[in-house]
Design a protein around this ligand. Structure first.
Ligand code: HEM
Length: 350
């Protein structure tokens, strides 16, 4: 397929890497140096600060009764959280390209979801009838330049740094030569790109959909606000430590992930011959799991691997806990601090 080749420097990221020594090591390093519970806990105050900045800006807009583009705000918050976590500092939309994070990430995902005729008979790949390959190459060039800039900045600041971030750690691994496989700048860029794309749009679009559903179901919003008043009160902001006591919020988020899965279809490949539910699958068969159909089944109960918004097994999302925390925190703050309504010219028909 063209997509993994273009976007992941030839399957050097986690999402597209084949199962093997490279994937196992990369996943382990990402988990230890970026996605461990300890690391995520240590970034709690950073998340609090960024969410407070969002609330402050919304308060000013609410005071002036200005219409806000919540979708852009939530994406920008998630881009900031991800950049601070992965690159150690915030970047502005203009640092990437005049189109900004939201549009570029959405363009990539849009192209990634389109069936590419060039993936089937090989000769069609060269013709690129739909122009998908050319567009993907243009977009990946923008990200490549951005990631080059980030790595260069880290190379210059490397020696003086007290607190090393994920990029520094990846560079240390590259320079040490300890990796049991080739590991150069392309591998670092592939992993950084993965973290950016995997984190920004997934978390932002889940949050947006949950807020949309809350607008469509005011009685659910009222119930959620009641829970927030009882558990948190009205004299302070919601803290991450409150989340475990917000049971109704947890249900609202799970239902949002069921109705609007970021990955409605999962692609997997069988590593050996096996039998699934009476069907014989040859080694190397491609399997497509239609999660959306499972979630829409009227007999859905959410048990026995029916609700798998983060996948399941070895290739499941390595940062489910972080993602759920951010989504819950942002939804809770927005519902706790504000009463939401649509501008008079817009009605919600979905
Ligand atoms: C609401 C937010 C999120 C959702 C719904 C989500 C969902 C998923 C799903 C469904 C998969 C594929 C699982 C499979 O193929 O079986 C996945 C993989 C992945 N996710 Fe997430 N994710 C979210 C947030 C994040 C965040 C915040 C990060 C990183 C900071 C992340 C990093 C990854 C990576 C690296 C993979 C590939 C894992 C591998 O193949 O080894 N995701 N995610």
């Amino acid at each position: 397929m063209m997509l993994p080749q273009i976007l992941s420097y030839g399957q050097k990221n986690l999402v597209f890497a084949k199962y093997g020594v490279y994937w196992c090591n990369m996943r382990k390093w990402c988990k230890v140096h970026l996605l461990s519970n300890q690391k995520i806990h240590s970034l709690q105050s950073m998340r609090k600060q960024q969410v407070e900045l969002l609330i402050e800006s919304l308060k000013n807009e609410a005071r002036d009764r200005v219409v806000v583009d919540l979708s852009a705000k939530v994406t920008s918050l998630n881009a900031n959280l991800t950049c601070l976590m992965v690159f150690g500092k915030k970047y502005m939309d203009e640092d990437l390209d005049k189109r900004g994070f939201k549009d570029l990430v959405q363009d990539i995902l849009h192209l990634a979801r389109m069936p590419n005729l060039g993936d089937f008979p090989p000769f069609l790949g060269a013709i690129d009838l739909q122009g998908i390959t050319r567009k993907l190459k243009d977009l990946s060039k923008v990200f490549d330049e951005f990631l080059e800039k980030i790595i260069d900045e880290h190379v210059h600041a490397h020696e003086q740094k007290q607190n090393k971030d994920f990029v520094d750690t990846m560079m240390d691994i590259m320079q040490s030569g300890d990796a049991k496989f080739q590991f150069d700048r392309h591998h670092i860029k592939a992993i950084l790109f993965d973290m950016l794309i995997a984190a920004v749009d997934t978390t932002a679009s889940s949050t947006e959909w949950i807020l949309t559903e809350l607008l469509r179901h005011p009685h659910v919003t009222k119930k959620l606000q009641k829970e927030l008043q009882e558990v948190v009160g009205l004299d302070r902001m919601v803290e991450e430590s409150d989340l475990e006591n917000l049971k109704y919020l947890d249900m609202v988020v799970k239902e949002g992930l069921r109705l609007h899965p970021v990955a409605p279809i999962l692609h997997h490949e069988s590593m050996e011959d096996c039998v699934v539910d009476g069907f014989h699958l040859q080694r190397g068969s491609r399997m497509i799991v239609n999660c959306y159909a499972i979630y829409m089944d009227p007999n859905f109960r959410g048990r026995d691997f029916q609700l798998v918004p983060f996948g399941s097994g070895r290739r499941s999302c390595p940062r489910m806990q972080l993602a759920v925390t951010v989504v819950r925190l942002v939804v809770a703050q927005l519902v706790h601090c504000f009463e939401w309504e649509l501008p008079s010219c817009i009605s919600l028909v979905i």
